[in-house]
Structures are given as C-alpha cells and as structure tokens.
Design a binder for this molecule. Structure first.
Ligand code: ARG
Length: 465
C-alpha cells in the first residue's frame, strides 16, 4: 500500500521499522470517527469555497460508500496501510480518483488523530456513565429492599457497630455517583474540537473551525493549535477516573469475596457468576469478583503508562503519542466489561439475612450503645466506656454477651443498669437510634433513599457547558 509521504524519500523503509511505526492494527478502531471527522471537514471546506460543491459531493459519496461497505463487512480494513487515516484516504482515491486527493486540504494527521481520539473517547465517557447509572440503580433497589436488614459494620475488619445493608450499600452509591460526576466533568472539559490545528500551527486556508466543531457536537473549537495536537489531558483524566471506578469496584469485590466465604456466609453469589474447581467438588468460587479486583491493576497501569509517555514531550506532536491508544482502549474495554459483569453479579446475589443479623449480635457491636445508655443515666462517657469495657471482659471470660447477662450480673459492674438496658442494647434499637443524617437509622435512611431515587430519575448526562 502506498505511503502518504513518498515524495521526499528515495530509499525504502526497513520492513520492521515500517511495522513498528504503523498503528493500523489498533487505530482501525477509530474508523467511524475518522469518517465522521472527514465528512465534517469536507462539508466545511465546500462551505468556505475551498472545494466546489461537486467535489464535496463526490468525496462525501465516496466516504459514505466506504463506511457502508466496512460496516456491512464488504470491505476489510487493509492492515498493510500505515494507519486508519491512510487507509480511508487510499480507499477514497481508489474509488473516486484524483478528487479524493483534495480531502486532506487544510488538515494534518496530527489534528486528525487528535479529533478521532477525542470523538472516540467522548463516546466511551458517555457509555461509562450509562453503565455506572445501571450499577447505581441495582445498588439502590437493594437499599430499598434491605432498609432494615441488620449486619455488623466493621473498622479494621473487626466488628464495630451494627448497621444495615442499605447503609452499607449507600456508601457504594456515593462512590459510584462521584464517578458519574467525574464523567460529566471530563466530558465538559474535553468537548472542544481540535480540527483545524493542522500539523501544529493552524493553516493558511480560511477554515471555519466554529462550523466543524458545531457539526460534530462540540462546544466549540480549541484555542491553541500547538496544544490541540499534543494535548492528551482528557485521556489522562478519563484513565484516572476509570482507575477510580476500578478502585471502587475492587473494594466492593473484596467485600463480596469476604461475605461469600465459608466463614461469613452473608451472601450467595448466583451460579451464573461463580465457577467451580477442577479438583474440589464442593467449591463455588467468586471468580468474577476476584477478576474485577485483579484487573484493577491493569487499569492503573494504563494511567501510569500514559502519564509517563507524556512527561518529557516537547511541543507539539511527537510520535510517542501514538502510544496513547492500545493501553487506553484496553482500560476502556476492561472497565466496560467489569461494570457489566459486576452489575449482573450484584443483581443476582442473595443475602442471608439471618446470618447477617446473627453476626451483628455477636462481637459486642452494641458495646457503644451500652456506654451511651449509662451516659443517659448520668455517668460521664469516659467512665461509661470503662464500665462497659469491664463488662465486655466479663462476657468474654464466660463466652456470653451483654444482652444475655442477668440484671443482677450487670448491676454487679454498675448499679446504674436497670431493666430498660435490654431494650437499649437490642440490635433493632442500636440501628434505629442512629438518626443523624448519613446514619443507618430507618427514618433518616428513607430520606436519603428518596434523594437517590430522585437523582437517578432526573439526572441526565450533562452534554454542553
Ligand atoms: N498514528 C498516529 C498517532 O496515532 C497518527 C498521527 C501521525 N502523525 C504523524 N505526523 N506521523 O498518533
């Protein structure tokens, strides 16, 4: 396949050097965006009188023919071309002849690839947002169903205080909601069109950059041509946001793995999202959760890789930037698959409410409430803390728990204890009484859930600034 830059060269490129340089193997993914950008470019060129209407029509027809044929599988992307831009241009010239050679007027592959990658990334940002929204709706449905399902809350992975499943899931709702906000934020900042920046210094043709930007749904054209061809910030921001999504998914996965373990048995992962062992017949492993946790490293790697690629680059375009693609695509695909599978796993997971409540009762999760009870009777908190500490020790030595002690035993440790202590340290009371905003108490939780419901129903992706 002919190269786009033959004129200045007398010698042949070394075969391995040519292949090393070529990007078609992975930038063929930008085919749709490349055509979309060319259509907008040519439409603008004719509007500005740089191309005739007849030339425009012939090129547009050629481009849409190529697009139709590739979509229908009648035309395969020729991987001997250097990149997707050369492929489209060569096809066009092959189909419509010399007029096809006018397509690249007032354009460089530098602003072309910058545009293609932005168009593509913009699409994936919105797609990621949609998947996060799906995940949020599954989380919220579980919260609504399990408003009163008690479980232990942990710090240091030690039982701390009783909470509800709705409350626990609410923490993840917050995390993934922030992830969605990051998507909208990145989108707004990146939604400017680099086309017209040329190789680095704009062009002498009277391009209408506002017009091409508007044709492709951008908020406007970018403001500096050097930056336009060498800016990959939006990708770094997206990779960073994707890394954060994975960090959240990974933490959630870790909890599910723990909850699903033989020791905990809080949940049962559906057969559709578990796998067996080739040797141990009893096994049902949480492989999907483990893989999501594992793939987090790969997405972090993409972010580190691109940051490192960019760090020493002088203005403007450098070929190093071609390295932005493979890892970014891999990260986008990984997060896409992880979000879909994780959401499916969550949707079908069953909760063992009795085990969870039973676990919440054990491990002295009501110790703080016992201390608060004494405070209610006029004991200073620090003294109450000491009294309940001794109470816990007394229980540990006898293998029992606070609510199982007789009033007589309790009063041996503090004469402030009365009959109403049993109600004060019951699991239900411990949860119900936590009514500060953001706490698990049913009444306040209902309020928060209603807010989340309204957010999911009314929040649409913010497209333009
Ligand atoms: N394949 C290149 C990339 O991905 C396209 C831009 C090439 N520009 C150039 N001057 N070689 O960055």
């Amino acid at each position: 396949m002919a190269q786009l830059w033959g004129g200045r060269f007398v010698g042949e490129t070394d075969k391995m050097a040519y292949e090393f340089n070529a990007s078609i193997g992975f930038d063929k993914r930008l085919f749709e965006e490349d055509i979309e950008g060319s259509i907008a470019h040519v439409t603008m060129l004719a509007r500005q009188g740089i191309l005739t209407e007849a030339e425009r029509d012939s090129i547009l027809q050629g481009l849409s023919g190529i697009r139709d044929d590739v979509r229908a599988g009648r035309l395969a992307v020729d991987e001997t071309c250097e990149d997707i831009h050369s492929f489209v241009e060569a096809c066009l010239i092959g189909r419509i002849g010399d007029v096809g050679k006018k397509l690249h007027t007032g354009r460089s592959r530098n602003d072309q690839v910058a545009l293609d990658m932005r168009l593509y990334t913009r699409k994936r940002v919105r797609q990621t947002d949609g998947l996060l929204k799906e995940l949020l709706s599954v989380i919220l449905a579980t919260m609504e169903e399990h408003l009163e399902t008690c479980m232990p809350g942990f710090t240091h992975l030690q039982k701390a205080q009783p909470i509800t499943l709705a409350h626990h899931y609410g923490a993840y709702f917050e995390m993934f909601r922030r992830d969605r906000q990051r998507m909208a934020d990145i989108y707004m900042r990146m939604n400017y069109c680099p086309l017209g920046a040329g190789a680095l210094a704009g062009t002498t043709y009277p391009l209408d950059r506002e017009y091409t930007a508007a044709l492709m749904g951008f908020a406007g054209p970018t403001r500096n041509s050097m930056d336009s061809v060498s800016d990959r910030d939006y990708l770094i921001e997206f990779l960073s946001a994707l890394a954060t999504v994975m960090m959240h998914l990974s933490r959630f996965s870790e909890e599910i793995i723990i909850w699903n373990s033989n020791e905990y048995q809080f949940v049962e992962i559906d057969d559709a999202y578990s796998t067996g062992s080739s040797i141990m017949p009893q096994k049902k492993n949480p492989d999907i959760a483990e893989l999501v946790r594992g793939k987090t490293g790969r997405v972090y790697g993409a972010l580190m890789s691109l940051l490192t690629t960019m760090k020493g680059l002088p203005l403007a375009y450098n070929k190093d930037m071609q390295e932005d693609k493979e890892l970014s695509f891999d990260a986008m695909d990984t997060v896409h698959d992880c979000l879909i599978l994780f959401t499916g796993m969550l949707r079908t997971m069953r909760f063992k409410k009795e085990r969870m409540a039973d676990s919440a009762m054990k491990g002295f999760t009501n110790a703080t409430d016992a201390a608060d009870y004494l405070v209610g009777k006029g004991v200073p908190f620090r003294d109450a803390h000491g009294i309940v500490g001794r109470l816990v020790l007394y229980c540990v030595e006898r293998g029992t728990s606070i609510e199982k002690l007789s009033l007589e035993e309790l009063r041996k440790i503090s004469d402030q204890f009365q009959e109403d202590i049993y109600d004060a340290v019951s699991l239900k009371t411990c949860v119900e009484k936590r009514l500060t905003l953001g706490a698990p108490g049913t009444e306040v939780m209902k309020q928060v859930i209603a807010e989340y419901r309204a957010y999911l129903e009314h929040d649409v992706f913010r497209k333009a600034p």
